[in-house]
Design a protein around this ligand. Sequence first.
Ligand code: ZN
Length: 91
Amino acid sequence: MTGKSPRRVPVRRCTGCMNGFPKDLLFRIAKSGGKAVYDEKCLIQSRGAYVCRNPRCIAKAIKTGRAGRSIGADASEVLAYLSVLAGGENK
Ligand SMILES: [Zn+2]
């Protein structure tokens, strides 16, 4: 799984594990109105950070603070919310 990228989907890097994934497998966090928000539909035209849809990866992203740094806002609240989204599917 190295070198080649899928033809259609752009690859983005997860701020938790630093691996590259197709964009639609990741959550996008963007900066809006001076704070970090979950850009669910990728509509926010600003710098974005990406994280896997994996609670462990999200926890790692919170710990490193890398996502927030890359967009220039505190992303820990958004990441905590995404962590619930990622793990909250067991009914
Ligand atoms: Zn990851």
